[in-house]
Design a protein around this ligand. Structure first.
Ligand code: NAP
Length: 241
């Protein structure tokens, strides 16, 4: 059984990644925070894609909860390990720095950056022991260039990109690759309320991206074909920089 864990797999890009990995033959562990109905729907779609999986509900920003869930899963499955990890869960709480409450800062950093530590660390050792692993981190255009109203989100994603590069240097010799993906605007709940008609004028391909397009890139990075790519941050943004 080849296993993959996708954080924030209940909706949006994470769900599309779950389905893509299922199509590649992975047993998919779907992490999410609270939306049980959507998570169950993702699991149904994984099964429709011809594979299987399970739900693993925990808050990625909570170190103790993440470690306990992941170690519990590993203890219950001593014959296998998580060979693909997609750190995808993320939130945004946009506001100008002048109005940003400390909680808006810590929540976005907790889900976007602390989570990388909380989830990756307990999964890394088995990957190193087995000398094979794929870690893919969901960054953002905002983490590459910074966007107004997103000091918290840009900091989380920028930090995630830097951590991607650092970890790639640590584990490359052990057959583990670590890469980031930086989407522009992708049609999910996260961009609900944005003025798509206006924003698309700024995007060279003149539309928002689809979750499945991001999932195809993640699937490639998760594959053996991507063995010689590590420490990269690959943009998928319709040409918007
Ligand atoms: P989304 O539709 O809002 O889905 C967010 C997912 O993250 C949900 O599955 C949610 O679970 C989960 N989640 C949130 N907080 C969590 C926590 N503390 N612990 C565990 N799971 C948590 O978002 P999306 O647009 O698919 O975004 C996915 C990733 O892509 C994020 O990292 C985002 O920053 C990044 N991204 C998105 C865009 C875009 O335009 N959409 C652009 C660039 C980057 P529940 O369903 O339980 O709430």
């Amino acid at each position: 059984m080849k296993c993959a864990l996708v954080t924030g797999g209940s909706r949006g890009i994470g769900r599309a990644v779950c389905i893509r990995l299922a199509g590649m033959g992975y047993y998919v562990i779907v992490n999410y925070l609270s939306n049980d109905a959507e998570a169950r729907k993702t699991l149904d779609l994984i099964r429709e894609a011809g594979s299987d999986g399970e739900l693993l509900k925990f808050d990625v920003s909570d170190n103790a909860a993440a470690v306990s869930a992941i170690e519990g899963w590993q203890d219950a499955h001593p014959d296998t390990y998580i060979e693909v990890l997609v750190n995808n869960a993320g939130i945004r709480k946009d506001t100008l720095m002048l109005w940003m409450e400390f909680e808006d800062w810590t929540k976005v950093l907790g889900t976007g950056l602390d989570a990388f530590y909380n989830v990756t660390r307990p999964i890394l050792r088995p990957m190193l022991v087995k000398r094979y692993g794929r870690i893919i981190n969901m960054a953002s255009l905002s983490g590459l260039k910074g966007l107004p109203g997103q000091c918290n989100y840009s900091a989380a994603k920028g930090g995630l990109i830097a951590a991607t590069r650092a970890l790639a240097l640590e584990v490359g010799r052990k057959g583990v690759t670590v890469n980031a993906v930086a989407p522009g605007f992708v049609r999910t709940d996260m961009v609900d309320g944005l003025d798509e008609a206006e924003l698309r004028k700024t995007i060279p391909v003149n539309r928002f991206g689809e979750p499945e397009e991001v999932a195809a890139l993640v699937g490639f990075l998760a594959s053996k074909d991507a063995s010689y790519i590590t420490g990269e941050c690959i943009s998928i943004n319709g040409g918007l920089y």
